[in-house]
Design a protein. Structure first.
Length: 209
């Protein structure tokens, strides 16, 4: 996952003036249009979905009378082994630099690097698979799947720690404004984590004796 915030500059002026100045929102719109047209390379790594680029937030301007001189754009890129952080950065820089050249009367856009975590697949080692074993022992139907970057697994994997993103309660409307969970699945998930930690500790104690 690679996340940046663009600070796109224009030149402030009175919107009703005789002359017009470069509009930061217009410049940002050009960058967004070009980013939206990009086709990321197809992914050949097993178990990974294709990369994805999404503009997730835009902010700029105030009122009706002022041509805005600043517009911010948040960009979220889901990376893969075939399209990593370096490739994502190269893509953003290329489009931003080219747009800057097309708007010579504005300051260059600033690229603020917000966050990046590498894509990972969990290894088939005891710490990473303990939760799967625990859910199977409890009769919980669990299948491995791709998880988004907003979990502690990405951070730990970046430190070289074998990990899985974990198991969760049943939910409806994930990432929507009315997201909700099934409260009756909480005890099972709690039991799975309890069993996984117990089994890991038992295994560690056995190996030390």
């Amino acid at each position: 996952m690679y996340r940046v915030r663009l600070h796109v500059h224009g030149v402030a002026s009175h919107a009703g003036g005789r002359t017009s100045t470069p509009n930061a929102i217009g410049k940002a719109a050009e960058i967004i249009t070009r980013l939206s047209a990009v086709e990321l390379p197809s992914n050949s790594s097993p178990g990974f979905p294709p990369g994805k680029l999404t503009v997730t937030e835009i902010g700029g301007g105030q009122g009706y009378s002022v041509t805005p001189d600043l517009c911010s754009v948040n960009i979220d890129i889901r990376t893969t082994p075939d399209f990593d952080d370096a490739a994502a950065e190269t893509l953003i820089c290329r489009i931003v630099d080219d747009t800057d050249r097309r708007w010579p009367d504005t300051k260059p856009a600033l690229i603020e690097h917000v966050q990046h975590w590498p894509p990972y697949a969990h290894p088939h080692s005891a710490p990473a698979t303990a939760l799967f074993a625990a859910t199977a022992a409890l009769g919980i139907d669990t299948a491995a799947k791709i998880a988004g970057p907003s979990n502690i697994g990405n951070y730990l994997a970046g430190l070289g720690i074998p990990v899985t993103a974990g198991s969760d309660v049943d939910k409806i409307g994930e990432h929507s404004t009315d997201k909700r969970i099934r409260t009756d699945t909480i005890p099972l998930v709690h039991a799975a984590y309890h069993c996984a930690v117990r089994d890991l500790l038992t295994s560690a104690n056995t190996q030390t004796h």
